[in-house]
Ligand binder design. Structure first.
Ligand SMILES: *Cc1c(COP(=O)(O)O)cnc(C)c1O
Length: 429
C-alpha cells in the first residue's frame, strides 16, 4: 500500500490546522502513525486519497448505519438542495423531525435541535440547572459528553471532592460544580448525594459508555441512578449521542427499560450531517427560551438539508427494525470469530460486545469502569491497528473507542475481517 497522497495532504494540513485535523482522534496519534485522508465511501468501504480501500469500522462514529452513499437516504436530495440551504426561519421539516423523535423516544415530550453532541449536552445541563435551581452536576469518569468546559473533568485526588479539568483553558472554578463518580458504582453516587444532594441539579451518563472503549452499564446501576435522582429531585440525563437509534431504535432507554428525564442525541440522527438534539419531559423543556428563562439558540440549528437527511435516516430505521437484528448478528459473528482467534493464539485480550457495538481490549477484563480499561496495553493496540490497516481494515485509531457496523457490511466483509484479525494478532504476538 502507498500513502503518498495522504502524506502530502497531512504535511500541508499541519501547516494550517492544529495537528492537521479538525478532531484530535483523526490524527492517529494513539496508534503512532500518520493519518490517512479519506476521499470517498461506498457501502461498507472507504477509500483514501491514494486509492487504498478499507472495510470501515468507524462509520463516522455511528452515523453511517446505512452504509456510505445509501441510495434510499440520498435519492432526491438535489431537489431539497435546490430549494435553498438555510433561511434562519422555521421550516416544516423541523417539526416533522421533532415529532418523529418524540414519538420514537417515550421518555421525552419535547426536543430542541442543535448542531453537535457537544451542544446538546451543554444545553441539557444548563436546562437541568435552570429547572432545579441547583448547581452541581454528577458525571462519570471515562464518559465523554463533548468538549464543554464543565464536563472536561476527571476525579480529583483524595483530598478534594470536586473534579479537576482535563484540558488547559478550563478554570477550576467552573469544574468545582462537577462531581466525578465511578462508572457502575452506585455507592459512589450515593455518597455524593449524601454530601451535596441539596445542590445536585442532575446526573449525566452514557447509559452504554462508548468513549472509554465499550463499557456497558449494569441495569441495577442505571436503575439506582433513576431512583436517587427522583428522591433528590435532580434531573437524570441520558447522553445517547452514540447509543440513540444505534443500539436499538429507542436507544439505551429502550434496551434497559429505564426512562431518563432528559436525553441528548447526535451522530446517528443527522445521518452524516452535523446535528445534535436534546429533549426531555415537557415541564423541563418548557424552561427553554423563548417560552422559558434558559437561553439557548443556533443560527444553523434545524438546518433544512440536515433535517431532511436525518428525518429520512430515522424513518428508514423505524420502518425496518430488522436492521437492528441484522447489525447485532453481524457483530456476534465478528465477536465469535475474533474470540476463536484469541483462543487459538492463546492471547490475554478481551472482546467486548453490547448489541451492535464492539471493542477489542488489549487486556484482561472485566471492564466495568475507567480504572479497569486503563490497564490495557495501548502500544499493542497501536500495532494491531497498523496490521489491520495494512490488510484493508479501518478500525478506530485508538484503543478507547468502539467499532461500528452498517447494514452494508456483508458476510464476506466479516469473514475477511476475522481472517485479517487472526493474521494481525499472530504478527504482533
Ligand atoms: C460523540 C459524543 C458526544 C459529542 O458529540 P459531538 O457531535 O462530537 O460534539 C457527546 N456524547 C457522546 C456520548 C458522544 O459519543
Amino acid at each position: 500500500m502507498e500513502f503518498k497522497k495522504s502524506k502530502k495532504a497531512y504535511e500541508e494540513g499541519i501547516k494550517y490546522i492544529p495537528g492537521g485535523v479538525n478532531s484530535p482522534v483523526r490524527a492517529f496519534q494513539s496508534v503512532d502513525r500518520d493519518p490517512v485522508f479519506i476521499s470517498k465511501g461506498y457501502g461498507s468501504k472507504i477509500e483514501d486519497e491514494d486509492g487504498n480501500i478499507y472495510i470501515d469500522y468507524i462509520g463516522s462514529w455511528g452515523p453511517a448505519i446505512l452504509g456510505h452513499g445509501n441510495i434510499d437516504l440520498l435519492d432526491g436530495i438535489d431537489e431539497i438542495i435546490n430549494n435553498g440551504l438555510s433561511f434562519g426561519l422555521p421550516t416544516k421539516i423541523e417539526v416533522d423531525m421533532a415529532k418523529l423523535m418524540v414519538e420514537s423516544y417515550p421518555a421525552i415530550d419535547m426536543i430542541r435541535m442543535v448542531n453537535s453532541g457537544t451542544e446538546a449536552t451543554m444545553s441539557a445541563i444548563r436546562v437541568a440547572r435552570g429547572y432545579t435551581k441547583k448547581n452541581k452536576i454528577i458525571k462519570f469518569e471515562g464518559c465523554y459528553h463533548g468538549h464543554n468546559d464543565s464536563l472536561l473533568v476527571k476525579s480529583g485526588s483524595g483530598t478534594i471532592t470536586y473534579g479537576l479539568p482535563t484540558s488547559l483553558g478550563v478554570p477550576e472554578e467552573i469544574v468545582k460544580h462537577t462531581i466525578v463518580c465511578r462508572y457502575n458504582d452506585l455507592d459512589d453516587v450515593k455518597n455524593a448525594f449524601e454530601k451535596y444532594g441539596e445542590d445536585i441539579a442532575g446526573i449525566i451518563v452514557e447509559p452504554v459508555a462508548g468513549n472509554m472503549g465499550l463499557v456497558p452499564a449494569d441495569k441495577e446501576f442505571l436503575q439506582g441512578l433513576r431512583e436517587i435522582t427522583r428522591e433528590y429531585k435532580s434531573v437524570l440525563i441520558f447522553d445517547e449521542v452514540i447509543t440513540g437509534f444505534r443500539i436499538s431504535y429507542g436507544g439505551a432507554s429502550e434496551v434497559y427499560g429505564i426512562e431518563p428525564d432528559m436525553a441528548c442525541f447526535g451522530k446517528i440522527i443527522g445521518g452524516g450531517f452535523p446535528v445534535g438534539a436534546y429533549g426531555g419531559k415537557r415541564e423541563i423543556m418548557e424552561m427553554v427560551s423563548p417560552i422559558g428563562g434558559v437561553y439557548q439558540a443556533g443560527t444553523l440549528s434545524g438546518n433544512p438539508l440536515a433535517m431532511h437527511v436525518g428525518y429520512r435516516n430515522l424513518n428508514i430505521l423505524k420502518d425496518n427494525k430488522d436492521i437492528y437484528d441484522d447489525l447485532i448478528n453481524k457483530a456476534k459473528d465478528l465477536e465469535e470469530g475474533i474470540n476463536s482467534n484469541i483462543k487459538k493464539l492463546g492471547l490475554n485480550i478481551t472482546m467486548v460486545r453490547f448489541r451492535d457495538m464492539l471493542t477489542l481490549f488489549f487486556g484482561k477484563g472485566p471492564f466495568r469502569n475507567y480504572d479497569d480499561v486503563q490497564k490495557c496495553d495501548t502500544n499493542m493496540y497501536a500495532k494491531y491497528f497498523k496490521e489491520m490497516l495494512n490488510r484493508g481494515v479501518m478500525l478506530p485509531p485508538a484503543q478507547f473507542e468502539c467499532m461500528f457496523l452498517s447494514i452494508a457490511h456483508s458476510e464476506e466483509d466479516i469473514e475477511y475481517t476475522i481472517k485479517a484479525n487472526y493474521e494481525a494478532l499472530k504478527a504482533i504476538k
